[in-house]
Design a protein around this ligand. Structure first.
Ligand SMILES: O=C(CO)COP(=O)(O)O
Length: 236
């Protein structure tokens, strides 16, 4: 971390949890002394967003894990950014690799969702990342920049966006990117942002890393100059 960017740590609980397990995590988080220089966000499944929000200390923010691109309507099973806001959460994760790869979400749809969520007043944790075969074919930046194109075209206020670089091969595999591997992509992303958006946005936007982050490896990763925090799955 560097340059005055506030460290950002998100816990993505994915499709896990119950009232009981959330109670346990909440009491741990509420009791724990949190570093005032770190923004802490937890992301429960949608059904528990409001429950977690009501129980958590105000210093901990809540994110939904996904939402659709409009306020309301005939979209069975989905939720909107307006509902997330109404339930007291302030962030939404969009473009997570599981949304892209398990549910087939396209770059274009993720862009539209980003635009809508920001317009509705919800911050966006925008996820990008390459698959193993793409990395092995030296296509990491090509893939990540293409995913970023649809995001940057839809951002109105960069202060409400955090970029999460999550290489697909590192998610849930225990195979964490080395600090150098992650730093290399974060640095390339920041340089690309400077060209495509502005030097000011590139220097201010938080780029966090996700993929098998744990208590054991986070310190070394977090010392890299362009790693501004984490999105943690299993270990959260
Ligand atoms: O997908 C992730 C966070 O969004 C990372 O998951 P793991 O930490 O379980 O690898």
């Amino acid at each position: 971390m560097a340059s005055g960017r506030k460290f950002y740590v998100g816990g993505n609980w994915k499709m896990n949890g119950s009232h009981k397990s959330i109670d346990e995590i909440v009491s741990f988080l509420n009791a724990g002394p949190l570093d005032p220089n770190t923004e802490v966000v937890v992301s429960p499944p949608a059904l528990y967003v409001e429950y977690a929000r009501k129980k958590l200390d105000a210093k901990i923010a809540v994110a939904a894990q996904n939402c659709y691109k409009v306020a309301s309507g005939a979209f069975t099973g989905d939720i909107s950014a307006d509902m997330i806001k109404d339930c007291g959460a302030t962030w939404v994760i969009l473009g997570h690799s599981e949304r892209r790869n398990v549910f087939g979400e396209s770059d274009a749809l993720i862009g539209e969702k980003t635009k809508y969520a920001l317009g509705a007043g919800i911050g966006v944790i925008a996820c990008v990342g390459e698959k193993l075969e793409e990395r092995e074919a030296n296509k990491t930046t090509e893939v990540v920049f293409k995913q970023m194109e649809s995001i940057i075209a839809n951002v109105s206020d960069w202060s409400k966006v955090v970029i999460a670089y999550e290489p697909v091969w590192a998610i849930g595999t225990g195979k964490v990117a080395t600090p150098d591997q992650a730093q290399e992509v974060h640095d390339q992303l920041r340089k690309w942002m400077a060209q495509k958006v502005s030097a000011d946005v590139a220097s201010k936007v938080r780029i966090i890393y996700g993929g098998s982050v744990s208590a054991g490896n986070c310190k070394e990763l977090g010392q890299k100059p362009d790693i501004d925090g984490f999105l943690v799955g299993g270990a959260s």
